[in-house]
Design a protein around this ligand. Structure first.
Ligand code: NAP
Length: 228
């Protein structure tokens, strides 16, 4: 059971919706339709990132939200192309909140591990943002288990904690079962996995000859396009 709740106290839904295709393969109209279908199905968790489609994903999600977020969990991520320094994080969070049109980001993730910036600076900044009410929960994505534990130790000293972890996890990518899921269970960290359908591979569409990201996107072709 996750500790994560909306601002008005509703528990996070078991399923979440990733808005990574907003502003890429999804235009404003289909994004709106998908959002509404999710809400009608009881999904209250929406995930995006500063870096998705040059900001278009956050912006499009913000247009749909129109400031509404008290009954939703909006997760976004710090930039994945620069170090997680205090200045970079503050500037990026301000930009994300502007694009999303919300005062507080519910889950704010580090998109990737940054070996250059001391954890004390990075997590100290996140804790400060939390105490100022600009973010509600702290998340990490694409972190190894040792990095999660090291970060958690730093968080505990400054009286906060890692609340959420976003690893890649699906039936053909199960590496997280070895160390990451156990560490999250032990530390009471909610797991919000990405690519649950293997980027489309697990829908079966490719066996029936359909086209998709496995042909069109280099990253996905490398991850999921192997003949086996
Ligand atoms: N933290 C990170 O580093 C990271 C990385 C990647 C993703 N994410 C997050 O996780 C979310 C989901 O990632 P993902 O898009 O890789 O995940 P996914 O859920 O594994 O794949 C979604 C894709 O599956 C295909 N699909 C889904 N339902 C289908 C259906 N009924 N029939 C046919 N095809 C269907 C579509 O492929 P086509 O698009 O090919 O049609 C769709 O875009 C993203 O939106 C993002 O929020 C985070």
């Amino acid at each position: 059971m996750s500790r994560i709740q909306t601002k008005n106290g509703t528990p996070i839904s078991r399923l979440g919706f990733g808005a990574m295709q907003f502003g890429r393969t999804a235009d404003a109209r289909s994004a709106q339709e998908m959002f509404e279908a999710c809400v009608a199905a009881g999904i209250n968790h929406f995930d995006t990132a500063y870096s998705y489609n040059g900001g278009a994903s956050e912006h499009m999600l913000g247009q749909i939200l129109m400031g509404r977020s008290d009954d939703l969990i909006i997760g976004t991520k710090a930039p994945n192309d620069r170090p997680a320094t205090a200045d970079n994080l503050r500037a990026a969070l301000d930009e994300s909140r502007k694009r999303l049109g919300i005062g507080a980001v519910d889950i704010y993730y580090l998109h990737r591990f940054d070996a250059e910036t001391p954890f004390e600076e990075t997590f100290g900044t996140l804790a400060e943002m939390q105490s100022q009410g600009a973010i509600r929960y702290i998340g990490v994505s694409n972190f190894a288990a040792w990095q999660i534990m090291k970060a958690q130790a730093v968080c505990k000293v400054i009286d906060t904690q890692i609340d959420a972890c976003q690893p890649m996890y699906n039936l053909v990518k199960r590496q997280v079962e070895v160390e990451i899921l156990p560490v999250c269970a032990d530390q009471d960290i909610s797991v919000c996995p990405f690519s649950p359908l293997g980027g489309g591979l697990l829908t079966g569409k490719y066996t029936s000859g359909a086209e998709g990201r496995l042909q069109e996107d280099k990253v996905y072709a490398t991850r999921y396009g192997q003949p086996w």
